[in-house]
Design a protein around this ligand. Structure first.
Ligand code: TRP
Length: 347
């Protein structure tokens, strides 16, 4: 079984391009992250220079009242990365808030973005609504696309593997890049391209709400066998599929969406779909099949994660090392940008 390589996007042989992506450190990662981006990153690290940011600074933009939660999840997300097969020899993992050049670039870029442009960013717009901020949106939150532009450009990244919802961030980044390049009169920073996986966003267990561990509707990468079993049992199916012999609906049926995302045997999946549609296939049977796939997928991740969690000192060493390397790269970019724009320098 090789799930990771089933979903490699195009241009994996382009060894020159730099990849930068990251995750907010608000809670441990779940299967949605795995399907949406983690397995791509595991594959891409062999063919690209890849940087992963533990985005604790960005996480603070809507978790300012609980900084200790954001801080403690830095290690949790790092463990998730390592557990799924991110190799620190191939991928540089860095802590965002320990890279001061990112904050300085953010300050600089902020002058090249208007408030109305930020308010028009579709993802920001939705997120402001979801969080009920209205006019009381924290300034840091409204501006997080600018800090994300700093993240991406500081590493001179041209590829950004993210979920669909992050595409507007890349668009905004490129607007900033074009403005700065024009101002500098040279191709100072590269434009970036979003790498969005073919499989859409994975739905939550209940099929409606946004997936999150705290809401109890996501399967964390460290889920125990019982947690996996219970989550699959609770998965939303076709509510009109009352008896085994009834014809059932596959569209919007979370169990089938997960099968599409995680089975490495599309023949069997389309077979099951046909039987389900026709009638004569029970929810329990499909769920048992999915459960087996998820148990097989998650157990090595869980085991590896538990082993790594036993030695947090070792993980910290790896993080310190990656952050040191990233600090150099990002400082160099900041120096380039300051020089190209002709900002003050000491003589
Ligand atoms: N905004 C991303 C998320 O919410 C996390 C992130 C922070 C990121 N910095 C980034 C993603 C830079 C890509 C590139 O998941």
């Amino acid at each position: 079984m090789n799930i990771a390589t089933n979903h490699i996007p195009d241009r994996v042989t382009d060894t020159q391009s730099v990849i930068l992506t990251g995750d907010r450190t608000t809670e441990p990662l779940h299967l949605g992250h795995y399907a949406g981006s983690l397995r791509n990153r595991v594959a891409l690290q062999h063919s690209h220079r890849q940087y992963l940011l533990l985005a604790d600074g960005q996480a603070m933009t809507d978790n300012a009242a609980t900084p200790e939660k954001v801080a403690s999840n830095v290690l949790e997300v790092a463990l998730d990365y390592l557990a799924v097969g991110i190799d620190p020899e191939l991928t540089t993992i860095a802590v965002q808030s320990s890279l001061p050049a990112l904050a300085e670039l953010t300050m600089l870029y902020m002058n090249h973005v208007t408030v109305s442009r930020l308010e028009r960013n579709p993802t920001i717009k939705t997120e402001i609504q979801q969080r009920g901020f209205e006019r009381d949106v924290p300034a840091g939150f409204l501006c997080y696309p600018v800090s994300q532009a700093a993240d991406i450009t500081a590493f001179k990244a041209s590829l950004v593997p993210v979920g669909e919802d992050q595409a507007p961030m890349i668009e905004q980044t490129n607007e900033i890049v074009r403005r700065l390049n024009r101002l500098a009169g040279e191709p100072l920073l590269p434009e970036a391209r979003a790498l969005i996986p073919a499989v859409g966003r994975l739905p939550s267990i209940d099929g409606i709400s946004k997936m999150s561990k705290s809401a109890g509707n996501a399967i964390p990468l460290s889920a125990s066998p019982d947690e996996i079993r219970n989550a699959v049992r609770r998965m939303y199916t076709d509510p009109d599929h009352l008896t085994v012999s009834d014809p059932g609906k596959v569209e919007g049926n979370v169990v089938f969406t997960y099968l599409d995302a995680f089975s490495d045997d599309p023949g069997t999946v389309s077979d099951l779909k046909a039987r389900y549609r026709r009638g004569g296939l029970g929810d329990m049977q499909v769920k048992n099949h999915l459960e087996e796939i998820l148990q097989t997928l998650i157990w090595p991740i869980r085991e590896r994660r538990a082993r790594l969690a036993d030695d947090p000192g070792e993980v910290m060493r790896m993080l310190r090392d990656g952050t040191d390397r990233a600090r150099k790269v990002t400082q160099e970019t900041l120096d380039d940008v300051r020089a190209a724009l002709g900002l003050f320098h000491w003589t």
